[in-house]
Ligand binder design. Structure first.
Ligand SMILES: Nc1ncnc2c1ncn2[C@@H]1O[C@H](COP(=O)(O)OP(=O)(O)O)[C@@H](O)[C@H]1O
Ligand SMILES: [Mg+2]
Length: 365
């Protein structure tokens, strides 16, 4: 396979970006994955998205590229503040390149990362339902969406609006109700207009994620579930290093390709000495809702076999069912909406099992 280089990407993009709309910013090549920033004037609005897609397609056409992500970044030098629209106090004082000196969620007993090598395997769905399951178990729980480019927790948890700050200038996480139990949620999605194509450049993303840990008033929690960005690149690695993770849960579909990505995730956590609690197989099988017939759409059992081979626990199988997607879209995770559903049982069991292995539970906060 040919080696992907920045130069090849630049060459491929020479004719693609209309200079009236933007110019090429940073390019990051991570093996067969390429991230490219296009610096634009956000005022140009709707014309920018087709250009972003064209750039992405042009990069994906470069031999050796498996995945490309093009992002539009604002041309301005100072980052956009995390401001509360329409009055109120600005939340957090703005995303800045300067990393906050506050400690990382100091009163949180256990931070659990939910990770996947690849996007689209249901990582956010698992993170949302796992957090809801911990809340249902009566644990003081938070859910932190660290997937800056693909923030999905505001929609999955049915929350909107800009968070406010408290008197200490910390961002107050909105709370959602999980069958009578509170769940605190924070996501960069709260600060980005829905559907807005303009996001931030690399270093700003890094500091934004840090801000979600340090400048949010998480308070005293038993568990903070973190929906990590997909992949096993620098962003994930650095997060695994600066956040004191109790451990990680890896989500995979049963397909071989997703499993090899899951294995990469596992190796990454090993490298950073973060314990891996185990692998969850999502979209494991499908039970026809009218006739009960079971179908293994993506194959089945691959993750269980991989867990055995990699010597980590297998945590459970989550079926591919319309209700999981529908509940996610409706802003109420299935664990919150329908506790009696067999899929909710799977999540409840995983949460209970994790709670049992979390070390030193007695350490009082
Ligand atoms: N077990 C499942 N059954 C049905 N739909 C699912 C399941 N898991 C995830 N989905 C759907 O698949 C899509 C991708 O899931 P998501 O959790 O956003 O993945 P990721 O965070 O890994 O990109 C979403 O529309 C979600 O509702
Ligand atoms: Mg996601």
């Amino acid at each position: 396979m040919s080696q992907v280089t920045k130069e090849k990407v630049q060459e491929a993009l020479a004719q693609v970006i209309d200079p009236a709309l933007g110019r090429l910013g940073d390019i990051t090549v991570d093996g067969d994955t390429v991230y490219a920033a296009i610096e634009v004037d956000p005022a140009k609005g709707a014309a920018l998205e087709p250009m972003r897609q064209a750039v992405q397609a042009a990069i994906e056409a470069v031999p050796g590229v498996r995945m490309a992500q093009a992002i539009l970044t604002a041309e301005r030098k100072s980052p956009p503040p995390l401001a509360v629209k329409g009055g109120g106090r600005p939340a957090g004082g703005g995303v800045s390149h300067k990393i906050s000196s506050r400690p990382v969620a100091p009163q949180v007993r256990f931070i659990i990362a939910v990770a996947s090598g690849k996007g689209g395997v249901g990582k956010s769905t698992v993170a949302a339902n796992l957090a809801a399951a911990f809340a249902r178990l009566g644990k003081r729980t938070g859910l932190l969406d660290a997937d800056i480019y693909g923030a999905s927790q505001p929609i999955m948890m049915g929350l909107s609006g800009r968070p406010q700050t408290n008197d200490d200038d910390m961002i107050v996480p909105p709370v959602c109700d999980i069958a009578g139990h509170p769940l605190k949620v924070m996501s960069m999605g709260f600060f980005v207009e829905r559907g807005a194509p303009v996001i931030w450049r690399g270093p700003m993303v890094h500091s934004a994620i840090q801000q979600l840990f340090r400048d949010v008033d998480w308070g005293a929690l038993d568990v903070l579930v973190v929906d990590l960005p997909p992949g096993t690149g620098d962003a994930q690695l650095s997060l695994a290093q600066y956040v004191p993770l109790a451990g990680a849960v890896i989500v995979s579909t049963p397909q071989d390709v997703a499993l090899s990505e899951a294995e990469k995730g596992l190796r990454m956590f090993e490298k950073t000495n973060v314990p891996v609690f185990g692998i969850v197989e999502n979209m494991s099988y499908h039970n026809c809702e009218s006739c009960g017939h079971r179908e293994d759409i993506f194959g089945h059992g691959g993750a269980r076999a991989a867990a055995a081979r990699l010597n980590v626990p297998f945590l459970g199988e989550i079926p591919l069912i319309a209700a999981i997607r529908a509940q996610g879209d409706a802003g109420v995770p299935i664990v919150a909406a329908d506790a009696a559903h067999p899929a909710s049982d799977v999540f409840m069991n995983i949460a209970a099992r994790l709670w049992a292995v979390l070390p030193e539970k007695k350490a009082a906060v």
